[in-house]
Design a binder for this molecule. Structure first.
Ligand code: NAD
Ligand code: MG
Length: 380
């Protein structure tokens, strides 16, 4: 039995991870953590019988504690609870599927405790990659990508020398507003932005896909996972989301991973790497597909992507500003407090005002997050 714990078990990646565990039958779930959906968490506790489950608010945790009093699962709460789930004794792999840079501390503590990380939570790597990657190396822990593009790159790197990589071709669907110009984006409503053409995902990443900030976060995520500078990561729009990403080598060979859009493939690959397991589901049919399209990303309209390159190139605390500003701006957009185009305007404003800190400590990262939030709130 493989022993895994999941942070964010009630979300899109979390529930699909549990489906993979259910379908394979040889995964033991040691711990679960979720934000607030205690009805679903209770169901998961009853089905997977983890030792420990964490809920963010203590009040909700108390409610859950009563509901599952007849089980052997202990219920914890808050950041301490998240850290407990992340470092549980016999866990082999921690799946980080919480949304946002709240995942930084749990990820760091899990690595210190020697857990391999199946990483979906890109915001953590974007903001603290300079701490996490060296620490993982030191602790001989694997960081296994779950993000579909990074899994595709990881798969395309198998059996090849890292020094023979010429560049990474990161594919993007272009999101629901591909081809649109600024004038057409002014009155975008939350419901429009939540309609992704190819993937069904959590709300935050769906909005990020519509602004292309998600692709920006992924460029920086690739920098850390694969040790390349951001200018060796080229974004290629591939609207059908069939090519999940590619690697070009020095001899001109391009290796790619293709498939129907299904997050269970990268999740399962991360959990069983280097093994490949059967996965039920739709197969690619090239004959009915006919053709694949490619486009250049429109970085003038979707300049959040351009800002991500700037942040990734500068490094230091600037990626934290990029990410934190986006996290709060997306929340405000979802709450209908700001307009669609203001998301990236806010990111740009915060980045311009920031004095970059080279090699920030964990505390400095968290302070920059707070300062970014304060700036946004004080200006509205
Ligand atoms: P989601 O919103 O569907 O789920 C987030 C999960 O995190 C939920 O279980 C929620 O309860 C939990 N959570 C939130 N705040 C928490 C807190 N303070 N304490 C404990 N748990 C908390 O999000 P998602 O779409 O599953 O995305 C999760 C992460 O994976 C994100 O970083 C996203 O960018 C990344 N990702 C997602 C997909 C996808 O297909 N959904 C693909 C690639 C990468
Ligand atoms: Mg992705």
């Amino acid at each position: 039995m493989k022993k895994i714990a999941i942070l964010g078990s009630t979300g899109s990646i979390g529930t699909q991870t549990l489906e993979v565990a259910r379908e394979n039958g040889d995964i033991e779930i040691t711990g679960l953590a979720a934000g607030s959906n205690i009805a679903l968490l209770e169901k998961q506790i009853r089905e997977f019988t983890p030792k420990l489950a964490a809920v963010w608010s203590e009040e909700k945790a108390q409610g859950l504690r009563m509901r599952v009093a007849d089980t052997n699962t202990e219920i914890v709460s808050g950041m301490d609870g998240l850290l407990e789930v992340s470092t549980l004794g016999d866990t082999e792999i921690l799946v980080t599927a919480v949304v946002g840079m709240i995942g930084i501390r749990p990820t760091i503590e899990a690595i210190k405790a020697g857990k391999d990380i199946a990483l979906a939570n890109k915001e953590t790597l974007v903001t603290a990659g300079h701490i996490i990657m060296p620490l993982a190396g030191e602790k001989r822990v694997s960081i296994l990508p779950v993000d579909s593009e990074h899994s595709a790159i990881f798969q395309s790197l198998q059996g090849n020398e890292p020094k023979a990589v010429h560049k990474i071709l990161l594919t993007a669907s272009g999101g629901p507003f591909r081809g649109k110009k600024e004038e057409e984006l002014m009155e975008i409503r939350v419901e429009d932005a939540l309609k992704h053409p190819n993937w069904s995902m959590g709300q935050k990443i769906t909005i990020d896909s519509s602004t292309m900030v998600n692709k920006g976060l992924e460029v920086i995520e690739a920098k850390w996972l694969f040790g390349v500078d951001v200018d060796h990561v080229q974004v290629v729009v591939q609207p059908q989301s069939i090519i999940h990403s590619m690697v070009e080598y020095v001899d001109g060979a391009v290796m790619a991973q293709l498939g129907t859009p299904d997050m269970k493939l990268p999740i399962q690959y991360a959990l069983y790497y280097p093994q490949r397991r059967y996965l039920p589901g739709e197969r690619l049919d090239f004959l009915s597909l006919g053709k694949l399209d490619f486009e250049k990303p429109d970085m003038d309209t979707f300049y959040g992507l351009k800002l991500a390159y700037e942040a990734g190139r500068a490094g230091g605390s600037l990626p934290t500003v990029f990410n934190a500003a986006n996290e709060l701006a997306v929340r405000m957009f979802l709450n209908r407090e700001i307009k669609f185009l203001e998301i990236v305007e806010i990111i740009e404003d915060c980045m311009k005002a920031h004095q970059n800190i080279e090699n920030p400590s964990l505390q400095q990262i968290l302070d920059v997050e707070t300062a970014t939030y304060d700036r946004i709130r004080s200006r509205r």
